[in-house]
Design a protein around this ligand. Structure first.
Ligand code: SF4
Length: 214
C-alpha cells in the first residue's frame, strides 16, 4: 500500500492515462524520471508565455475573445473527488465559464490525455467558484492551435472512473499489468518493465516445470 496522498491532481490523471504502469512506478514505487534539459526549457517557455498573456486585453492576445472576467493561475479544489490543482486561465462570458489549459506542444490535434486533464480542472473550478463550466480550451503554444470541447456528462463519468482506478492502485494494492504499446519505445520506464516481464516469465517457467514433474 502506498502512503496517503492528501489529494489527487490532474497530473496524476494524465500520467495514469498515458500508462497505468507509469502511474504505479511514480506514485507507489516513487521512481521518478529525471528532469531533462528539454523539460526544463519547455517549462520556462510556458511560464513566460502565461505571464505575457496576463497583459493582453483579449484572451492571451491570440483569440478575438473579450471575457467579462478573467483569472490566471487559480488554485482549485474538489472535496467531492479529493482533487487539487492550479488552472492556467478561467474566464466568463455572459455567465458561462471557460477553462484554458496551455500546453507547450506543436501538435495540431487534440491529445486525449490533455482533454481529460482539462475536464478534471473544470470539475474543480465548478466546485471552487460555484459556477458551471461550459467548455474547456486547449492552447498549444508552438503550433498556435486552439482546440475547444464541451464538458459533457460522459467526460465527467470517465474522469470519475479514472479516479476510482487511481485509488485502487494507491490504496488497494492493485498493480496494473504491463501492456506493450508504441509508447514503450520512448518510455523512460521501459527498462523496469522489461526486467519485470523477464522476472514474471522466469516465475511462470518455474511453475510450469514444477507441474510437469508432478
Ligand atoms: S514501458 Fe510501456 S508499459 Fe512500461 S511503463 Fe512505459 S509505457 Fe508503460
Amino acid at each position: 500500500m502506498s502512503e496517503d496522498y492528501t489529494y489527487l491532481t490532474p497530473t496524476m490523471i494524465r500520467d495514469y492515462l498515458f500508462c497505468p504502469r507509469i502511474f504505479y512506478y511514480k506514485y507507489v514505487m516513487k521512481i521518478q524520471e529525471p528532469i531533462t534539459e528539454m523539460m526544463k526549457d519547455g517549462k520556462i517557455k510556458y511560464e513566460k508565455f502565461r505571464e505575457k498573456g496576463k497583459y493582453q486585453i483579449t484572451l492571451l492576445g491570440q483569440k478575438k475573445v473579450k471575457p467579462d472576467r478573467i483569472l490566471y493561475s487559480q488554485e482549485v479544489y474538489s472535496q467531492k473527488y479529493n482533487l487539487y490543482g492550479i488552472i492556467d486561465i478561467i474566464y466568463w462570458i455572459r455567465g458561462k465559464g471557460y477553462i484554458v489549459d496551455i500546453k507547450d506542444s506543436d501538435t495540431r490535434q487534440i491529445i486525449r490525455d490533455h482533454l481529460y486533464q482539462a475536464v478534471a480542472y473544470s470539475i474543480m473550478a465548478e466546485e471552487t467558484f460555484k459556477t458551471s463550466i461550459h467548455e474547456v480550451q486547449l492552447y498549444y503554444i508552438r503550433s498556435g492551435k486552439w482546440i475547444t470541447r464541451r464538458v459533457t456528462s460522459n467526460l465527467r463519468k470517465f474522469i470519475n472512473r479514472v479516479l476510482g482506478n487511481i485509488n485502487r492502485i494507491l490504496y488497494d494494492n492493485y498493480i496494473p499489468t504491463i501492456k506493450s504499446s508504441k509508447k514503450c519505445s520512448s518510455c523512460w520506464y521501459r527498462k523496469i518493465c522489461s526486467s519485470s516481464i523477464s522476472k514474471e516469465n522466469r516465475e511462470k517457467r518455474k511453475v510450469r516445470r514444477k507441474i510437469l514433474k508432478l
